[in-house]
Write a protein that binds this ligand. Structure first.
Ligand SMILES: Cc1cc2nc3c(=O)[nH]c(=O)nc-3n(C[C@H](O)[C@H](O)[C@H](O)COP(=O)(O)OP(=O)(O)OC[C@H]3O[C@@H](n4cnc5c(N)ncnc54)[C@H](O)[C@@H]3O)c2cc1C
Length: 290
């Protein structure tokens, strides 16, 4: 299907892009890798008057590490982040999730910022950002604002980015010693969106869990932290019984959406199984990273 007629702008700097956003507000869509936006345009599910193509803005791409954080520029292609040694060493949970995003061809165009701005609740990167309490840096004409992940995802395909703001960078905290990680998901085929996904991170200090982070994809209209299960885990030693109980706590009261891929009850059962699996893998990993 052909795209609807739309005006096209190709700014070369962030400030030009921000000026265009301030001029067109809700009438504009930012075009990053186009892997989600172009199908939405073709299907007439999005009908902006203006496309602001940010592919020519070099300052938006790249990965850098400073002061215990790794900053990923919004236009960094998913495949570049996937191949980054800095990401692999410093944010291994993000490195584990990236190869599960669609297929190689999609990741060669799709961007880290695009995935997080699109905010598909079944996507991998939003769950990683929520698990790690990532920070979202947005820029408007009046300057920069940093939004914590807990306040970024507001609803289905909806974030707290204002229409006049551009997402410029996402910062992830560096994993410390003794932090293990795992990204688990069940999908119909490799490359499909997850039916349920789980980002898990566990820190062991002298054999005791000192930090636990669990965030689900695909169980609600936003990525969801399993805080009751996290609270249960901290202060305990890893064991199969503990992880079983964490799976029960994480899904207690959960009411996932049903669709043609699975009922609500099926998703809930998968979520509990992923908690057990994810925690086992993260704990093994944490022992290796002591
Ligand atoms: C067949 C197929 C399978 C896929 N499978 C998966 C999968 O399994 N898991 C998964 O997570 N994703 C999947 N995707 C989506 C893919 O990861 C996309 O790359 C991603 O969702 C969007 O990134 P993009 O750079 O292409 O953004 P675009 O499509 O260009 O933009 C997406 C949205 O974000 C906005 N946006 C983008 N960048 C910015 C910015 N810097 N500031 C403000 N707003 C911005 C756009 O305006 C648009 O609304 C799949 C896509 C396809 C086509």
């Amino acid at each position: 299907m052909k795209l609807p007629p739309v005006d096209y702008e190709a700014p070369k700097t962030v400030s030009e892009a921000v000026d265009l956003l301030a001029e067109h507000l809700d009438e504009a869509s930012v075009l990053a890798g186009g892997q989600s936006l172009i199908p939405l345009l073709a299907l007439r599910l999005a009908q902006p008057a203006v496309l602001i193509d940010i592919n020519g803005i070099d300052e938006l791409s790249g990965v850098s590490a400073t002061n215990g954080w790794v900053a990923v520029g919004a236009m960094t292609r998913e495949c570049i982040a996937e191949e980054s040694e800095t990401v692999a060493k410093t944010v291994p949970l993000l490195a584990a999730a990236l190869p599960l995003v669609g297929h190689e061809a999609i990741r060669s165009r799709g961007t880290v910022g695009g995935s997080l701005a699109h905010a598909d609740p079944a996507a991998e990167l939003p769950a990683v950002a929520r698990a790690l309490d990532a920070e979202f840096v947005v820029r408007g004409q009046s300057g920069e604002r940093v939004v914590p992940a807990a306040e970024w995802f507001e609803g289905f395909l909806t974030t707290s980015r204002r229409p006049d703001e551009l997402l410029v960078e996402v910062r992830f905290p560096a994993a410390g010693r003794g932090t293990g990680f795992s990204f688990q998901e069940v999908a119909r085929r490799h490359g499909d969106f997850a039916i349920v996904g789980l980002a898990a991170s566990l820190t062991l200090s002298e054999g005791v869990i000192s930090d636990a982070r669990l965030a689900f994809a695909g169980v609600s209209d936003v990525p969801v932290r399993a805080v009751h299960a996290e609270d249960l885990l901290v202060g305990e030693r890893p064991s199969a019984e503990l992880f079983d109980e964490a799976g029960r706590r994480a899904t207690d009261g959960m009411d996932p959406p049903a669709d043609l891929h699975g009922s609500s009850a099926y998703r809930k059962q998968v979520a509990a199984a992923l908690v057990r699996r994810g925690l086992r893998a993260a704990a093994d990993n944490a022992y290796e990273r002591q």
